[in-house]
Design a protein around this ligand. Sequence first.
Ligand code: FBP
Length: 249
Amino acid sequence: MKRDRMAPFLTEGRSMLLAYDQGLEHGPSTDFDEKNVDPALIMEIASKGRFNGVVFQKGVAERFYDGKVPLIVKVNGKTSLPKGEPISRQVCSVEQAVSLGAKGVGYTIYLGSGLESEMLSEFGRLQEQAHEKGLPAIAWIYPRGAAVQNDTSKEIVAYAARAGLELGADAVKIKYTGDASSFSWAVKSAAGVRVFMSGGPKAPTDDDFLDQVKGVVQAGGTGVAVGRNVWQNSDPVAMAEKLRKVVFS
Ligand code: FBP
């Protein structure tokens, strides 16, 4: 895919994306409260917080996307209910994502799962379809399953980043390794593919989270694709501003 056809959230240097697919991945009672259970609030945080993109599953996008921030449609997903080796299958076509106004598509691969081959092959098809429509394909690459001992080690996170390059992802969303020096190996392994840090559960303090983001920037990462650390904050827009200062420093 030619870089000039890529969405602004991938071409203009650093970037911050707001993720809100946790209602499917974790369920509302795990992550949401009376306020952030409402997708309209997230849309408002995305635009007031000046995010470069917002990530929704298609159902939320259909009802709540208002066009104010570039949309990335997450095209596969799963719930937290089944046990066993993780697998997440495609639930939205590229055509449907485009018709919802998507400027990019996202897909999760559980690297190391006993079922990883199904996700690798599905992502392969998705990447080709997305590029045919001029959309970037962003791979959430999370090492997970019985074969994975430590999903944030330097080696496994770099493997995730490299898998993104090998599979033709335009950007990867990976977990933080804990420090800038080990994360820089993942950035190098991605060899030019944009690297976003996935936020994870809300950190104890704003500074704890911002320190991780500083490490990502120092390591040469593109930025963050974050959810809970923003919309679970008591002042999400203020948190977004703090984040912006670090990401665009
Ligand atoms: P968070 O910043 O809230 O962690 O969101 C990032 C994300 O990748 C979401 O897009 C996704 O719903 C969730 O994390 C998946 O979390 P888990 O690692 O528990 O499967």
